[in-house]
Design a protein. Structure first.
Length: 414
């Protein structure tokens, strides 16, 4: 941890903000939280708003500003960051999101593995069926996208264009469904997602040793976590089908990322000059995908292990306060974000073989999030900023991720 990071931590723990002491969380309390959250989401049929759905506004779509990149960026950030939920007033409909459904499916699978009940199996299969219906046609394999136009600082993708992040989470759900139910249709679907990766995504870097996959078929970005999501699906599907060439390509994609790791063990968001920030959940994405690639591909050797351990050490030491507060940036705790908390819990559960204290930290993060970002109605808030809290209950970003994280924590505790 750098001197700057230690200074931030000391200020926080010395009283710059009020940090409530940790309290024990037993299994019965956690199960009640999970039951309440699951019921809240099911009552809404897993449909809701998203931090990035502002461009679905019927008001915006009725103006010429919808054609302006600058206007789209400003509008997205304004609606996303507002302490008030502007979506009802700007006529943004609540909808289902394919990545959100994938997260709910992963949560349901974890619940089934723990409980083995017929109800849990039915809930899992219903969500998987819904996910299958949400595939975007017209591509080389199963692919999924977002339910809104996407405008980032890097590129614009209209609704209906598949992207690797929702595709990877959907494929991850299909692979886990195959492993849980031994139903070949799920593995076959995940395998066709490999065709989308191989044939529809661009290779923005390619050499004999390295490859980097684009975020979508439209862009030429070099975003580390996105490329690794593609590699993870190639590696895990290839390991199950016995196709070593998929694992070899995944290793090349992994090598591209580990060779661009910072000296301190960190990864920036991407290779571009405007992508140099370092945050909690994108780092967690990189760590988890690297770990899954290593477990699935025999070509991922010592260099992968060393990189993973260096990255994990940087993340573990730099992104969490003693009480479980998941900092957004390594040098700034704000905003406290439910998504960052949830991705941290999932990553710690999966990487616990590297760290005997990982589950203890995961529990502290869960306790902190329950105390600070949970509503009495059972859902979780978006973010706690320095001077205000955004209470909007985003379905994918917060509810889907927290249900997935807490179900994995319950599953691990038996």
């Amino acid at each position: 941890m750098s001197s700057g990071q230690r200074a931030v931590t000391r200020r926080l723990e010395a009283g710059s903000v009020i940090v409530r002491p940790a309290v024990p969380m037993d299994d019965s309390n956690l199960e009640k939280v999970v039951d309440d959250l699951r019921a809240w989401c099911r009552e809404r049929n897993f449909a809701g708003h998203d931090p990035f759905d502002a461009l679905n506004s019927r008001l915006l779509q009725a103006t010429p500003f919808k054609h302006s990149r600058t206007a789209r960026l400003i509008w997205t950030q304004l609606v996303k960051r507002s302490p008030l939920n502007l979506r009802p007033a700007t006529l943004v409909p609540a909808q289902k999101n394919s990545k959100g459904i994938a997260l709910f499916a992963l949560a349901a699978l974890a619940n089934y593995r723990r409980t083995k009940t017929a109800e849990a199996e039915n809930q899992s299969r219903e969500l998987l069926d819904e996910l299958l219906r949400m595939r975007i046609p017209g591509y080389s394999g199963a692919a999924w996208g977002y339910n809104f136009d996407w405008q980032s600082s890097n590129f614009f993708a209209p609704q209906g264009v598949p992207m690797i992040v929702p595709t990877a989470f959907a494929a991850r759900a299909m692979i886990e469904a195959y492993q849980t139910f031994n139903d070949n249709k799920y593995l076959e679907t995940a395998r066709t997602s490999c065709e989308f990766i191989l044939k529809d995504l661009k290779r923005t870097v390619e050499s004999d040793e390295e490859v980097c996959f684009s975020y979508s078929p439209l862009d030429n970005t070099k975003i580390f976590n996105a490329s690794l999501f593609a590699a993870e699906i190639l590696a895990t599907a290839g390991a199950l089908t016995g196709e070593t060439r998929l694992g070899e390509l995944a290793t090349r994609a992994g090598r591209y990322v580990i060779r661009r790791q910072g000296e301190d063990g960190s990864w920036a968001y991407g290779a571009g000059s405007n992508q140099r920030w370092i945050d909690n959940f994108h780092t967690a994405y990189v760590l988890l995908s690297l770990s899954r690639i290593m477990k699935s591909s025999r070509d991922a050797g010592v260099d992968f292990d060393l990189s993973l351990r260096r990255g994990y050490r940087f993340w573990r030491e730099g992104f969490f306060l003693a009480d479980g507060w998941p900092k957004y940036y390594h040098d700034n705790p704000y905003p406290a974000d439910t998504h960052a908390a949830a991705t941290a819990i999932v990553t710690l559960v999966e990487l616990q073989d590297m760290d005997r204290e990982a589950l203890s930290l995961a529990r502290r993060i869960a306790c902190w999030t329950l105390r600070n970002l949970r509503d009495d109605q059972g859902f979780f808030y978006y973010q706690r900023r320095r001077f205000y809290t955004v209470h909007t209950p985003f379905m994918r970003w917060t509810q889907g991720w927290m249900l997935y994280a807490l179900e994995r924590l319950l599953e691990e505790r038996g």
